[in-house]
Design a protein around this ligand. Structure first.
Ligand code: CDP
Ligand code: MG
Length: 765
């Protein structure tokens, strides 16, 4: 009878997912949403039953303090209904078929590799399977890494919705300068960089029972570093468990608190909570989208590989018949051909970067009125750009449902290649290009260049067309060019500067950086060059050992050169301005990026902030003008007038707050010390870290890099473009038609040698 069903549907503790771990008596937080949701479904199906009846305690895990407003009863109810609505879709995902096998694999092995196509449910579902299991202990704590910030935050939100909880409670995230997690958090999405930073305080990651390395195929620098560290951590955790059990046998072990909430409730913060838990072994799950599994398996001592059969539909491939001289033009034609001739479905266009995206968006929109006039029945095109620097509200438009009688055209960088799923896409147009960070060995220059993608990337891109139905992929290059592409992309560790990586290896106790477990070993010269740079920054002593300065640098959430700049600012008496500035630089692109159509207008509006010394002081001027306004409305209006992203400005203030807190905690000095209106101390502090980013004006009016003498030009977007300045310091070089320096300030040539004597005296002469 329905009444009986209701009774049996009361939430009951989940059965231990696996034999072996016999559950001891415990009082842990139970959250069995899925069981409860199913129960609610049954109740809803039963005659006269109210689906909302009798469901309580779903949010029981959330007693911690959450950022944001406290949830009302109605909020909880709404969340529960939303979770229930999402459940059937989740159960239809391919990984649900492999749930038992995956859990058994994790139970029986230290490490497992899970392979499944993009969109199979790896990232959203597998961590949920784990958090609901009792592997390797009751109430396990899971951290799932993401190479990209936007993926970490948006996935945490999605999974929190799926579990019917408030973000920052049971499910949370940690990314640089933004932490939405609490003592109640049991499943955390974190950027790989954020997890690395946690290791400085929690060397063995004792806070977690399972580390899920997601998007491992991307081989980001920080994921590779984590993989190397995790091998040793796993061993040390085993040793700890063994020692603990031996002590317990001898009756020496301290009485242990329970895992889960009881332990969390003990400490004021997560670290303490971790301290009071019994040591557990660390499980590792490596998740990847491509089929290059053997490398991962070999690396992790022949870890088993679990394949999840996806539901990839057929994708019809079309190649260009001849090489295309202008891929933007080719993309434009292809988009309109698809729209004119092919069935409904959204179009995803892969382009290298924002400039190409802006320019193609403008072209498509320019042709639209014509199309609507000549073919009024065809429906219109809605262009939505998607790239990492785009403010989140604009990014969301790419994911929003397509309006009726409309075909959406998403213009994306390789951000849409693997890490995000956009519903509704049936057509992929692939330029075959991506912007990649590249490090030029010997010159020490890190730059962003447009390069051909690999075959494995091209396949990933094509696959995006076959998620929901049969699709089409148009490659804007010939089949011969495809065959000539590299098989797989080069791991980031082999193409970027290693200063960050090596500083962190040393700060984490890896004394011999040559002996680290690299999955792919970086170039020896690149390691040596990075060691020299770190030495120049005073982070290493003459024997390659980390110094006190180096430790402070590693503890600042900044690139080593900017960490050094912050330390230098204390010596120069301008930490207040410098923390403002590095916070601004961190969001610079989102802050000031505008579509090319209004670029001139934006430049004109910002003219009043221009400073004679260049772009850095101009950024500071903008922040000051913004902060002089009081009300939120005034500040928003100011942002509109000056083409500044208000959201990015809030992110700057948040980043600065966290930097100030960090500086206080590290006891670096009084960050309130200020240089007032004096630009020189600020510029001198910049040179203290960025001395390798300086160039000198030559007699013919061009600039050459101070050390390598290679030609450098001031970027046209800089306020110092076309100005005659004897020496410049800059944030980064971009290689397009020329090597351009971006974010540039004028400096005294003599200061370069004065502020970075180590680099010149010890290393490079
Ligand atoms: O990690 P993987 O690519 O295997 O899949 P996922 O990120 O877990 O996504 C699984 C499915 O969840 C996608 O196909 C989407 O339908 C859905 N999803 C969503 O609707 N919104 C999100 N923010 C994330 C995923
Ligand atoms: Mg994923």
């Amino acid at each position: 009878s329905p009444a009986k069903r209701t009774a049996s549907a009361q939430p009951s503790p989940p059965a231990p997912a696996h034999n072996g771990a016999s559950p001891k008596k415990r009082k842990v937080v139970e959250f069995d949403h899925e069981a409860e949701q199913e129960a609610a479904q049954r109740r809803a199906a039963g005659p006269g039953q109210n689906g909302a009846n009798g469901a309580n305690g779903v949010n029981g895990a959330q007693h911690g303090t959450l950022k944001g407003k406290r949830w009302t009863k109605e909020d909880k109810q709404r969340a529960k209904e939303e979770a229930l609505r999402l459940l059937p879709g989740r159960k239809a995902l391919p990984v649900w078929g492999g749930k038992d096998a995956i859990l058994e694999g994790v139970q029986k092995n230290d490490t497992v590799i899970v392979l499944a196509d993009t969109g199979s449910g790896k990232t959203t579902q597998i961590p949920q399977f784990l958090v609901r299991s009792s592997i390797p202990c009751d109430a396990p704590r899971i951290v799932c890494t993401q190479p990209r910030r936007v993926a970490a935050t948006s996935l945490a939100k999605r999974v929190s919705d799926e579990m019917g909880t408030q973000l920052g409670g049971l499910v949370g995230y940690t990314v640089r300068f933004d932490d939405r997690s609490s003592r109640a958090t049991r499943l955390k999405y974190a950027t790989d960089g954020a997890l690395l930073a946690e290791m400085l305080a929690d060397r063995d990651l004792d806070k977690y029972d399972v580390v899920v390395l997601d998007e491992a195929h991307e081989r980001s620098l920080r994921t590779d570093m984590l993989m190397g560290f995790l091998k040793d951590i796993q061993q040390r955790r085993k040793d700890k468990v063994r020692a603990f059990q031996a002590d317990k046998g001898k009756g020496k072990a301290r009485p242990s608190a329970q895992n889960g909430e009881a332990a969390a409730a003990n400490g004021a913060n997560g670290d303490k909570a971790a301290d009071s838990r019994d040591p557990t072994e660390l499980k590792i799950v490596v998740m990847s989208a491509t089929i290059d599994a053997k490398r991962f398996s070999d690396f992790f001592n022949n870890a088993p590989v679990l394949y999840v059969q996806g539901r990839q539909h057929k994708v019809a491939m079309h190649y260009a018949t001849e090489p295309q001289p202008d891929f933007c033009d080719a993309a434009l034609k292809t988009v309109f051909q698809i729209h004119n001739k092919l069935p409904p479905g959204d179009i995803l266009v892969f382009l290298p970067g924002q400039d190409e995206i802006d320019s193609l968006a403008a072209s498509i929109n320019a042709y639209l009125p014509d199309l609507e006039k000549t073919k009024p029945n065809l429906g219109t095109l809605l262009v939505t750009p998607l790239y990492a620097k785009l403010p989140p509200t604009d990014q969301a438009k790419a994911f929003a449902p397509t309006p009726p009688n409309t075909r959406k055209v998403i213009l994306s960088t390789n951000i849409a290649e693997t890490s995000v799923t956009i519903p509704g896409v049936r057509f992929v147009v692939d330029s075959g290009l991506a912007k990649e960070k590249r490090y030029h060995a010997g010159t020490g220059i890190d730059s962003l260049v447009t390069e051909s993608i690999s075959q494995s990337s091209a396949k990933q891109r094509a696959g995006r067309a076959g998620r929901e139905a049969d699709g089409y992929c148009f490659r804007l290059y010939t089949e011969a060019s495809f065959n000539a592409l590299e098989k797989r992309s080069q791991p980031e560790i082999q193409r970027v500067s290693l200063t960050f990586a090596l500083l962190h290896l040393l700060a984490n106790g890896q004394d011999d950086v040559f002996k680290f477990h690299y999955m792919d070993r970086p170039d020896k010269d690149a390691i040596i060059y990075a060691m020299m740079t770190l030495h120049g920054l005073d982070a290493l002593d003459g024997k390659g050992r980390i110094t006190a300065v180096g430790r402070k640098m590693a503890n600042l959430p900044l690139d080593p050169v900017f960490a050094r700049v912050v330390l230098a600012s204390f010596a120069e008496g301008c930490p207040r301005e410098m923390l403002d500035l590095v916070a601004l630089l961190g969001s610079k692109d989102q802050l000031l990026s505008v579509p090319s159509a209004v670029r001139d207008q934006a430049t004109a509006a910002r003219q009043k902030f221009v400073h004679r010394s260049g772009d850095h002081l101009m950024l500071l001027n903008m922040l000051r003008a913004y902060e002089e306004l009081d009300g939120k409305d005034e500040r928003k209006a100011w942002c509109r007038e000056n083409f500044v992203s208000h959201k990015a400005m809030l992110a700057v203030l948040d980043a600065r707050k966290q930097l100030r807190e960090r500086v206080e905690r590290l006891q670096l000095g009084d960050w309130e010390a200020t240089a007032g209106d004096e630009p020189e101390p600020i510029l001198n502090a910049l040179i203290g870290g960025l001395f390798a980013n300086t160039a000198l004006r030559q007699e013919d009016g061009t600039y050459r890099h101070t050390l390598t003498k290679q030609p450098v030009a001031i970027h046209p977007a800089s306020t110092l473009h076309n100005k005659k300045i004897p020496a410049i310091v800059y944030d980064e070089l971009v290689l397009t038609t020329r090597t351009y320096a971006r974010t540039v300030s004028a400096i005294e040539p003599t200061q370069i040698r004065a502020k970075a004597p180590a680099m010149f005296a010890k290393s490079l002469q």
